[in-house]
Design a protein around this ligand. Structure first.
Ligand code: AMP
Ligand code: GLY
Length: 436
């Protein structure tokens, strides 16, 4: 089969590599891809190629898929899902893995997600949805701190601000709604939300029809600096599995969150198909949803796919064809934990430099159980240079979490570029068990 992966981050590099390991895959195109996505990895059988295509230009994606007889399109990022790429491809008879536009609203509008959660009594942080800055300001006046201000629309993980003072909350409203820093539509509404305390889990599940296949739980590290300091990013590192998620807790997450969400979407006539990703805070009162995403996480995908032993193309096709139940209790993961550490360019998540040479990648490519998934990189001649804020994620498997961490960090030390930054404490967090 000929497969097309849309996206250019570390998630898409991991997807392209894993799909290329399927004996049924002939070629895996990645549009537009990055400096690593056209390179085979351990176990690759299919050819890999980057395609210079803008995935937000749906007409071009459809034309390419037809011209190249693509058997399956896999959509990585949220923006094309929110804009309806699945509907656009399906209406042309092209098979695609991902949710339709109506269900992608779960991620595309935090206000919509809150309404779904309210209607289905899904535990989440109390929030007020405000569609005018004056309403937000008046509400902020009455609140206790800290609280969280969220832009309604997609903002690449940057539209959420935890505010410790009233002045900070007012400034957040200015940035989102008045200065429209994340775009006009994104800032049309804000959510003023109670701040929850606890530890966070990324719970990802494949969903199709009535079947919900939960994947091993990951723990992400969102803040840019060690000890969770500094602004939030799209994710600075992940480990998987997060053992703190006990079987009892997972049962509760299934019954109180995943199942009612899938039912509520069905009730609203927008049945969910694809990856449902719940960002969950484990509080003293139990699990609470912070957000829903409708795609695989980045960097969660990197350790998840390094651990996955089941053929990913088979799994995705089963999901698209509503045969996912065939895989219940049959998806196999390497029992060893994996850790992914993200290297970013100086300045990220703010302004950063591009175009610096990356050295040391060849040495790391020789290591067993270590992979470097590229994100903001590109080829220039025979060199790889930086081309984005999130540059790559070193991902390693180890016999235990500490060994996986050590392997990832030893490999990271072999790689250099000017202004390279990464957190030193991925996987070292000591979660306080919370009272349930
Ligand atoms: P979201 O995009 O809504 O997941 O928010 C991004 C990050 O902001 C989350 O992963 C949390 O670290 C933080 N966050 C969001 N909502 C809350 C909340 N109600 N309380 C505490 N932290 C939050
Ligand atoms: N790692 C967070 C996300 O993918 O949204």
């Amino acid at each position: 089969m000929r497969v097309l992966v849309l996206g250019k981050g570390g998630r898409e590099h991991a997807l392209a590599w894993k799909l290329s390991c399927s004996p049924r895959a002939k070629v895996v195109f990645v549009a537009p891809g990055n400096g690593g996505t056209d390179q085979p990895g351990p176990g690759s059988q299919a050819e890999l190629a980057n395609v210079n295509l803008d995935y937000m230009d749906f007409g071009s994606v459809v034309a390419f898929a037809k011209k190249e007889s693509i058997g399956l399109v896999v959509v990585g990022p949220e923006d094309p899902l929110a804009e309806g790429i699945v509907d656009a491809l399906q209406s042309e008879g092209i098979r695609v893995f991902g949710p339709a536009k109506a269900s992608a609203r779960l991620e595309g509008s935090k206000g919509f997600a809150k309404e779904v959660m309210r209607d289905a009594s899904i535990p989440t942080a109390e929030a007020k949805i405000c569609d005018h800055p004056d309403i937000a300001r008046a509400f902020i006046e009455t609140r206790e701190y800290p609280l969280v201000i969220k832009a309604d629309g997609l903002a690449a993980g940057k539209g959420v601000m935890v505010c410790s003072t009233k002045a900070e909350a007012m400034e957040a409203v200015e940035r989102i709604m008045v200065r429209e820093e994340f775009g006009r539509e994104v800032g049309r509404r804000v959510l003023v939300e109670r701040r929850l305390m606890g530890y966070e889990l990324s719970v990802l599940a494949l969903v199709s029809g009535r079947t919900i296949l939960r994947l091993p739980v990951c723990q992400d590290h969102k803040a840019v600096y060690n000890d969770d300091q500094g602004p939030n990013t799209g994710g600075m590192g992940v480990f998987c599995p997060a053992d703190i998620a006990s079987p009892q807790l997972l049962e509760r997450i299934d019954s109180d969150i995943l199942v009612p969400t899938v039912h509520e979407m069905k009730r609203r006539k927008c049945s969910f198909k694809g990856v449902l990703y719940a960002g969950i805070m484990i509080t003293n009162q139990g699990p609470r949803v912070l957000e829903f995403n409708v795609r695989l996480g980045d960097p969660e995908t990197q350790p998840l796919l390094m651990r996955l032993k089941t053929d990913l193309l088979d799994l995705f096709e089963a999901c698209v064809d509503e045969r996912l139940a065939e895989f219940e209790d049959k998806v196999v993961f390497d029992p060893r934990p994996a850790v992914a550490v993200v290297a970013t360019a100086k300045g990220y998540p703010g302004k950063y430099l591009k175009g610096d040479r990356i050295d040391g990648l060849e040495d790391v490519a020789k290591l067993d159980d270590v992979m470097v998934f590229h994100a903001g990189t590109k080829k220039e001649g025979d060199r790889i240079i930086t081309d984005g804020g999130r540059v790559f994620a070193v991902t390693a498997l180890g016999d235990d979490l500490n060994l996986a961490r050590r392997k990832a960090y030893d490999a990271m030390e072999e790689i250099r570029f000017i202004g390279m930054h990464y957190r030193r404490d991925i996987g070292a967090r000591k979660n306080q068990p919370v009272v349930q």
